[in-house]
Design a protein around this ligand. Structure first.
Ligand code: PLP
Length: 751
């Protein structure tokens, strides 16, 4: 496989008709003669943008002529050189950098620059061919060092040209070439993807399921990079990582302590393992943003009280098997993990942090103790610490790339063989090798200093976005504009600012989560929740408003897809894939929306694709539609309704696993929502937005929840296209086309 990484040459004389220009062009020719590409430029332009080229090149050659080092310019030349070297080394510790000079020597270059160089070559001493061989040797050695173990082995295997008799049956993509549509598929994905799609019969690649060979070497490499004791790649997402962690430590009847704001995979784990959950309740503000679980909820006495109250727990003194916390919440709220460890070490067997949205935090000091496992983090005395991370969400992993990190305690080490039994239970025997390779590469990309630079760049861009939104707001003055949720007053004027700026302090108005413990929570700045006008943090509706569901549909028609949408808020993330172009385009599209809204442009003009699906809105103005939906939200006080619903007392009437069994045995009834109050659900009930499970199998419907479902029915009938989606709710059409909304509940015994 031939990779394209040119040697990048910076010389102001690159195109000049002088000795220096002839010299450097002769070097380019000689480099090309060695089979490498070379790329010449005459200046860096913007230094930090130029330094990004480190990811595309195999070496840099910086030309400095005598004049630049002797005249009045000398100081400036050295300063520029230093700035360039620092920018490159901030991102890349290894890429070779050469100086290319006339007669000046290392005596004229300060040590801090010299020590970063791979050579100081002299234009008129050696032949261009000799210099080219020297540079190319270093550049090739650098390129050879880049690939981590599994990716390296896979590239080698896919390029090897051997015939294979193993699965998958498309045999390196050849099967696709036998049909026209298959040909299209082949052209779209390309030969390498298909040649690298192999099965676990290929011994030289090692085994994911047994953690052997290059795969094991890559997992060890990723463990070193993430500062964990053990690390396992998972190819079915963090949904599966969570189940593996749980199945490795929880059995039927065990007590488990769970964040009520958890991903459904945790609820599936509860059902699967037959555990009995006690829930820690998060706060929630009137925007509908889920806040942190207050520190008091983590107090052992409080957990003991919950255990004592739970009717299904027989042995009230049994040690809970696992604590699972959503670290970060969907809007980016983080917990101080050391404080949780201090409170619960030795009280709960395993402390599990679901860090699906936080794999980046270990690579920057900015996040301090606000993530689970990292450099120099103290071990618990007894409890094991697990972190499950979606590599694909914030790092450079393919969809479903995930990893499990483990930190042993002072007194216990992970038994890898036992753990692997749970791993095997959930892992396909035909894992996708491209996903494994992306786990491997994503980890290698985060090696210091590159990983730190990538995270820093995301934070910087997120800050720039916030500053840009604030500037637009100031410019609009009294006119309306969007707000980015966060401690706005603390926003640094330039740069990243400090972690302290992002702490959630007690009773601050911006978050609305009340009296939080000092130093327990921070907001991750790379997660940005954008608030639309119409609802304030006290839950008061304005006279007019812009429901986020309309705005996000508008944005989608203009090529901007957001991550999550609430009533008057939507959510975007600044992953390591962020670009200035992406967030600046969002700002300009928001400006476009404002313009169209203020002019009350008709929907046929501004949202034609949506109108094609829902012609009933064709002639309505954008502002009028916003007003109609806003009025309905206001009339039903939906913000309060959803807050009350999530914070209402959930009564466990059956063990989740028993309620699930009733479903599996069809001992259920499909109950209309008008009859639901007091019934026990056999299904997970999850409203979108926000996508957080509301009821789990075995819990009873209360009046607040039923009122919400009735509201959803009324709303959906009135505003097709903007439906509130509730997973677990079954919509049936009755005779006459009227929709009936039902939930599958545990059958009641016949009187
Ligand atoms: C908190 C949390 N945990 C786990 C998951 C599942 O991750 P994956 O999509 O990688 O399976 C998600 C997905 O959104 C999540 O939000």
């Amino acid at each position: 496989m031939r990779f394209h990484f040119p040697i990048i040459i910076i010389d102001e004389d690159f195109r000049s008709e002088n000795a220096s220009g002839f010299g450097i062009r002769a070097l380019v020719k000689a480099i090309e003669g060695e089979g490498m590409e070379a790329l010449g430029v005459t200046s860096y332009g913007d230094l930090s943008s130029f330094a990004q080229q480190q990811s595309r090149g195999s070496a840099f050659i910086l030309s400095v002529d005598d004049e630049e080092l002797t005249s009045d310019e000398a100081e400036e030349t050295i300063a520029e050189l230093r700035a360039f070297v620092q920018e490159i080394r901030f991102r890349n510790a290894e890429i070779p950098i050469f100086l290319y000079g006339e007669t000046r020597t290392s005596r004229h270059i300060p040590n801090d620059v010299l020590r970063e160089l791979h050579g100081f070559i002299h234009m008129f001493e050696d032949t261009p061919e000799f210099i080219a061989r020297y540079v190319v040797r270093e550049a090739k050695a650098y390129l050879d060092s880049l690939a981590p173990p599994f990716f390296r082995a896979l590239v080698h295997y896919a390029s090897d040209g051997s015939y294979s008799w193993h699965c998958p049956g498309h045999s390196g993509g050849v099967a696709f070439l036998k049909s026209p549509v298959g040909h299209m598929f082949h052209q779209f994905f390309g030969e390498n993807m298909l040649r690298a799609d192999v099965c676990n019969a290929v011994e030289e690649l090692g085994q994911l399921l047994d953690h052997t060979g290059p795969i094991a070497a890559s997992e060890r490499n990723a463990a070193r990079i993430t500062h964990s004791d053990h690390l396992f790649f998972v190819t079915n997402g963090t949904s599966t990582s969570n189940k593996i962690v749980w199945n490795s430590t929880v059995a039927p009847g065990d007590i488990v302590v769970v964040d009520r704001n958890c991903h459904k995979s945790i609820l599936h784990s509860i059902i699967m393992t037959g555990a009995i959950p006690v829930f820690l309740m998060p706060t929630r503000n009137n925007y509908g943003i889920i806040g942190p679980i207050p520190k008091s909820e983590f107090k052992w006495e409080n957990i003991q009280k919950k255990i004592a109250k739970n009717p299904f727990i027989e042995d009230k003194n049994a040690m809970p098997r696992v604590l699972t916390i959503t670290q970060s919440t969907y809007d980016g709220v983080l917990y101080n993990v050391e404080e949780i460890k201090e409170e619960l070490d030795g009280k709960i067997d395993t402390l599990h942090f679901d860090e699906a949205w936080l794999p980046h935090a270990a690579f920057h000091d900015f996040y301090g103790d606000y993530h689970a496992i990292g450099k120099d983090r103290a071990r618990c005395k007894e409890s094991m610490v697990f972190s499950t991370q979606s590599t694909h969400k914030l790092l450079a992993g393919l969809s479903q790339a995930s990893q499990i990190l483990v930190q042993d305690s002072q007194t216990r080490k992970l038994d890898k063989d036992l753990f692997n039994e749970a791993y095997l239970m959930h892992t396909s025997t035909s894992p996708q090798y491209a996903i494994i390779a992306s786990c491997d590469v994503a980890a290698a990309m985060m090696e210091e200093p590159g990983g730190t630079a990538l995270v820093e760049e995301s934070i910087q861009e997120a800050m720039e976005f916030r500053r840009a939104m604030r500037k637009v707001d100031e410019e609009w003055g009294a006119d309306w504009w969007f707000k980015v949720w966060g401690p706005d007053d603390e926003l640094a004027e330039e740069g990243m600012g400090e972690r302290e700026d992002w702490m959630l302090k007690a009773n601050e108005r911006w978050h609305g989560f009340g009296n939080l413990a000092e130093g327990f929570n921070m907001l991750d700045p790379i997660k940005a929740t954008i608030i639309t006008p119409g609802l304030d943090v006290d839950g008061a509706f304005g006279d007019s408003g812009i429901p986020a569901g309309i705005l996000t549909k508008y944005l989608a028609e203009h090529g901007i897809i957001v991550e999550k949408c609430g009533l008057y808020s939507f959510f975007i993330m600044f992953t390591i894939g962020i670009t200035k172009g992406r967030w600046n385009t969002l700002v300009t599209e928001l400006q476009q929306f404002k313009d169209d809204y203020d002019k009350n442009e008709p929907l046929w003009r501004v949202m034609p694709e949506f109108v094609a699906k829902h012609p009933r809105y064709e002639r309505i103005g954008l502002a009028d539609l916003c007003q109609q939906i806003h009025d309905v939200y206001k009339l039903h006080n939906v913000a309060r309704l959803t807050t009350d619903m999530y914070l209402s007392e959930m009564e466990p009437a059956m063990r989740p696993t028993d309620a699930w069994s009733m479903m599996a045995h069809r001992k259920i009834e499909r109950v209309s929502i008008d009859e639901l109050e007091g019934r026990i659900t056999a299904m997970l009930v999850t409203p979108y937005p926000p996508g957080i499970p509301l009821l789990i199998p075995g819990e009873r419907f209360n009046k607040t929840i039923v009122d919400y479902l009735k509201f959803a029915r009324t709303f959906n009938e009135r505003f097709p296209g903007f439906e509130t989606d509730v997973h677990g709710l079954v919509k049936e059409k009755e005779d006459g086309g009227v929709a009936r909304y039902c939930v599958d509940c545990v059958a009641q015994p016949q009187p």
